[in-house]
Design a protein around this ligand. Structure first.
Ligand SMILES: Nc1ncnc2c1ncn2[C@@H]1O[C@H](COP(=O)(O)OP(=O)(O)O)[C@@H](O)[C@H]1O
Ligand SMILES: [Mg+2]
Length: 323
């Protein structure tokens, strides 16, 4: 075990009211594994990850409850209660982050080479010359041709796919234990997407990094994840090893997501979609958040919040309707 998140509750206190963004998120991560987090836009995938690294603006964000224990070589630390010094060491050092939008995550007025080497001098205490050498290696490693010339380029001189490779180089530069990839391929076209997925998988094998891969696309997940966490309206509804999730989805929402995937082996042309819209997060959850959209809804679903039940090896589902 390398990370253990327990009952994470996060709210945003805005002028329009309190947004219940995360309502008790729990999951763990084994060393070297890939956990995919899937769910519709707005389900809390990004804020869950950002809260782990203290990247959310406080206020409006407030962590109300929970812990996130990171088991590092140097002992364990609760990521939600770090000192400033620990935060600096962990963020970008022990845990790398690949943002969805590389262009706005990179510094536009600093060369790409310096952005990588700076993290090496800062976190690993390398000299300038050592960091330069390592940066060139990293650029080559993530498949950027002409690394020496590219070192001196600015982010806008790279294509979208190449910028995402730079983000990956920054994320892995300091030999992290975990890399969080937040929809890293969403802005890219399909062939480049596939390249980035392949690159991540290859690096992960070589470097045995645990990866948390966030996506709204269950199609990408099959090829990359060991386990999948399905989020709905700020709550985890199902977590399972990937094969079992595809073969034996338990939660009606997961079933809906899978049914919405276009499949090569079926002649059905029409894409299925899940009826209805996600709930308003301004209301505190008092019952199953999926009840409004669920075809299996019963009285109990409107009265209680379902807790996770283990329905198979490492397969948990939060649903009253599950047989
Ligand atoms: N800075 C913020 N202020 C207020 N609400 C926010 C802020 N950031 C995110 N949220 C809200 O938190 C919820 C979850 O957002 P997010 O984690 O970005 O979803 P996802 O990544 O799954 O698409 C959304 O309802 C969003 O509006
Ligand atoms: Mg997001």
């Amino acid at each position: 075990m390398i990370l253990e998140v327990k009952n994470l509750v996060l709210r945003f206190y805005t002028f329009d009211g309190v947004i219940h963004a995360l309502n008790g998120v729990s999951f763990d991560l084994e060393a070297g594994e890939t956990l995919a987090i899937v769910g519709e836009s707005g389900s809390g995938k990004t804020v869950a990850m950002m809260s782990l690294l203290n990247l959310l603006p406080v206020p409006p964000a407030k962590i109300e409850q929970g812990e996130a224990i990171f088991y590092d070589d140097k002992g364990q630390v609760d990521l939600l209660r770090t000192t400033k010094q620990e935060r600096c060491r962990i963020r970008g050092g022990r845990i790398g982050y690949i943002f969805q939008d590389a262009l706005s995550a990179l510094n536009p007025v600093m060369t790409v080479g310096r952005q990588i080497s700076e993290s090496l001098t800062e976190h690993l205490g390398m000299t300038y010359a050592e960091a330069y050498k390592r940066t060139i290696e990293l650029l080559k490693h993530v498949g950027i041709p002409g690394a020496k010339q590219r070192y001196k380029n600015y982010p806008h001189q790279f294509s979208g796919g190449m910028r995402q490779r730079v983000m990956i180089a920054i994320a892995i530069a300091c030999n992290p234990k975990i890399v969080i990839a937040d929809e890293p391929t969403t802005a890219l076209d399909v062939t480049v997407q596939a390249q980035i997925v392949d690159l991540t998988r290859q690096l992960q094998k070589e470097l045995s990094i645990a990866v948390i891969w966030i996506t709204h696309d269950l199609g990408v997940v099959a090829g990359i994840a060991d386990r999948v966490l399905v989020m709905y309206a700020g709550s985890p509804v199902e977590i399972s090893p990937v094969d079992d999730l595809y073969e034996n989805p338990r939660h009606p929402y997961t079933k809906g997501l899978l049914a919405a995937l276009p499949r090569m082996d079926q002649s059905v042309r029409k894409l299925v979609s899940i009826e209805g819209a996600p709930p308003d997060l301004l209301e505190p959850p008092r019952h199953c958040q999926f009840a409004w959209r669920c075809s299996l809804v019963s009285e109990r679903c409107w009265q209680e919040i379902p807790l996770p039940v283990e329905t198979g090896p490492r397969h948990f589902v939060s649903c009253f309707a599950d047989p």
